[in-house]
Design a protein around this ligand. Structure first.
Ligand code: M6R
Length: 615
């Protein structure tokens, strides 16, 4: 949450900082601001609303000669989105300006202390406490790095801070605890940002910072220290994607682009992880076969869409390995006192690798001595770094707030983990594993086929827009897909959408159905006349009898469902457990189109941010 950028080099800072903010706007977009330094002056501008508002209000703040500055795009926690609560926040004497991502938990106590000292606050934010504290420390010796070190010693909570000082046009100082911050290293220029997307147009050389580190970028180079003031180091790495990945590439929105990238993203996630004999090779995860054999229980922790990927995975893991598997929302996990020990495998799923709820759950699991395997899309992010093992999805950068390709690649990675567990523990024969893998490897082509014919789905979405409410039902792995379809619609279209286990309808929710209520049913394969299929066909009839308009997402050639549903969205045939890789796709398109029909911004839905770095 919140995007932050800092720059020192030879280029015009305002251009670099605004460019970075444009690429980070998906992290928060309720207000934005910049602070630029040149000739002993600090040019500061901030504005509520999207970045475009700031750009038209820059005025004198621009300082065209400035080659050093910071910028922020906000997702509000403390204080409404407004000009005065927007970042950067200046100190009382106006000599420094500071931006922040995270929450300063002891801000109340610190604010009281500063007010008692006569400091007058100009905003309702927790961030301003850090700015005022830093300003007070800076006034002591005029050394921004020392001042930041002393200020951080007083702060509690999660924070990434960046600061500049009016009389030091060569320096940006950053600090990191529990929130992301990476360094970009160019030719005689340096960048600080929440995410490499901010500087990928200028350099692919990056340095990952560790927990509780302070970094100073200046014309002479970079210095890293820990919160105690001792010299420290980051981990240099090369970013392996380029700027085109962070652009719309001819699509009108990032979400549409990312939906269409799914065949490639899933194929990339599988690539190199299956050997010629059809065995899974997961050497990269840093867990030995013996470690996998020692496991007697699996917990999956995640939030939002990633949680839905976890729910699907439970069915696969329990079926393939016979190991009990529980799935829990990260935000609930540690408050429930779950029973964990050394033989528990905790799988955390997080696209960003930064989600604070999941990070805290991972730390709790580690405290209880469980082994933690993370599935993440962001190399070097905090959650994988703090886990015992990691399997990266290879979706590429996902910019739209609504998760699409990340979801499908998480499923692919989770299936690999489940099969690997079954393989190493000898629960499945090699030919059985290979048969599932063959199906998995065939899926990207099926997704591509499905995506070729989305117009009927869009038409149904436009027709459903007028109703203002959509229900989703499913059974087995279709149930988490129903939850995911409803989440997509809620977050994009701001209408009531809810997913139900189809069998549960009659226990209450069926009373929501009245004339014309759109109900989307996720129907499992009819092959072999499965019990599951018959049951959901009955559920379809139950809702139809009460006036629902049923749209069935079912396997191509499922004539039985075709007879009962009002509309059919056909998906290519697939084994039941792998079907979510296909059935989720039309629901993404449905939500995107319905929200577009209602005039919503599908890349940046209201109140949301891509990386949720607060609890
Ligand atoms: O980065 P993560 O996978 O940890 O994010 C978890 C959720 O915040 C995320 O999936 C969210 O639910 C999406 N916006 C849903 O589309």
């Amino acid at each position: 949450m919140c995007g932050i950028v800092g720059y020192v080099g030879q280029r015009q800072a305002v251009e670099v900082v605004l460019d970075g903010l444009r690429r980070l706007e998906y992290r928060g977009y309720d207000s934005a601001g910049v602070a630029l330094v040149a000739g002993g002056a600090l040019g500061l501008a901030k504005k509520a609303g999207k970045l475009a508002n700031l750009e038209s209000a820059l005025g004198d703040a621009v300082l065209p000669e400035s080659t050093c500055g910071i910028g922020h795009t906000r997702w509000a926690t403390h204080g409404v989105p407004s000009d005065r609560n927007a970042h950067p926040h200046p100190s009382a004497d106006g000599r420094i300006a500071l931006i922040h991502n995270g929450i300063i938990e002891n801000f109340g106590q610190l604010r009281g202390e500063l007010e008692a000292d006569g400091v007058q606050f100009a905003s309702e934010t927790d961030t301003e406490v850090a700015a005022q504290l830093l300003g007070r420390e800076y006034a002591l010796d005029g050394d921004l790095t020392e001042a930041m070190t002393r200020a951080c010693a007083r702060l509690e909570g999660a924070f990434t801070l960046l600061a500049v000082a009016a009389d030091d046009p060569d320096t940006v100082v950053g600090a990191r605890r529990n929130s992301p911050l990476v360094v970009g290293v160019g030719e005689g220029e340096y960048f600080l940002a929440s995410d490499v997307a901010a500087f990928i147009a200028y350099t692919t050389d990056a340095i990952e910072l560790g927990q509780d580190q302070i970094v100073t970028i200046g014309r002479g180079g970079i210095a890293i220290r820990d919160f105690g003031g001792d010299p420290s180091e980051g981990r240099p790495y090369k970013v392996d994607w380029d700027i085109t990945a962070a652009e719309k590439g001819g699509y009108d929105t990032f979400m549409r682009k990312e939906i269409n990238e799914q065949p490639t993203a899933v194929a990339d996630t599988l690539r190199g992880r299956i050997d010629e004999s059809g065995q899974i090779v997961l050497d990269e995860v840093r867990m030995s076969d013996q470690d996998f054999r020692d496991i007697d229980k699996v917990f999956i922790i995640a939030c939002g869409t990633s949680y839905h990927a976890g729910l699907v995975t439970k069915y696969a893991i329990e079926h393939w390995t016979r190991i009990p598997c529980e799935v829990e929302l990260s935000s609930e996990f540690r408050y429930r006192d779950p029973v964990l020990d050394r033989s528990t495998l905790v799988i955390s799923i997080s696209q960003s690798g930064e989600t604070m709820d999941t990070l805290m759950a991972v730390r709790h699991a580690k405290d209880q001595k469980a082994r933690v395997l993370s599935i993440s899309n962001t190399v070097g992010s905090t959650i994988p770094r703090e886990s015992d093992a990691v399997l990266y999805t290879r979706a590429g950068i996902e910019v739209a707030v609504a998760s699409t390709k990340a979801f499908l690649t998480q499923l692919a990675a989770c299936y690999l983990v489940g099969l690997h567990l079954a393989q190493t523990r000898g629960i499945m024969y090699a030919d059985e594993v290979k048969a599932v893998l063959d199906e998995l490897v065939a899926t990207p082509d099926k997704i591509a086929t499905l995506l070729k014919d989305m117009e009927p789905v869009r038409e149904l979405a436009r027709e459903s827009a007028a109703f203002g409410r959509v229900l989703f039902i499913g059974r087995h792995v279709g149930y988490p897909v129903a939850l995911e379809g409803a989440l997509k619609l809620k977050e994009l279209a701001y209408i009531h959408a809810e997913g139900f286990a189809a069998g549960e309808l009659k226990h209450g929710p069926i009373s929501l159905i009245d004339d014309g209520t759109p109900v989307i049913a996720i129907v499992p394969s009819p092959r072999g006349r499965s019990l599951l299929h018959d049951k959901i066909v009955s559920n379809i009839q139950e809702v139809k009898a009460r006036g629902a308009k049923v749209i069935a997402v079912c396997e191509d050639g499922d004539d039985i469902t075709g007879v009962h549903a009002d509309h059919v969205i056909a998906t290519p045939a697939s084994p039941t457990l792998l079907a979510p890789l296909l059935t989720a796709v039309p629901l993404q398109e449905f939500a995107a189109e319905l929200a577009t029909a209602l005039g919503k911004d599908i890349d940046q839905p209201r109140n949301l941010a891509k990386s949720v770095t607060v609890e």
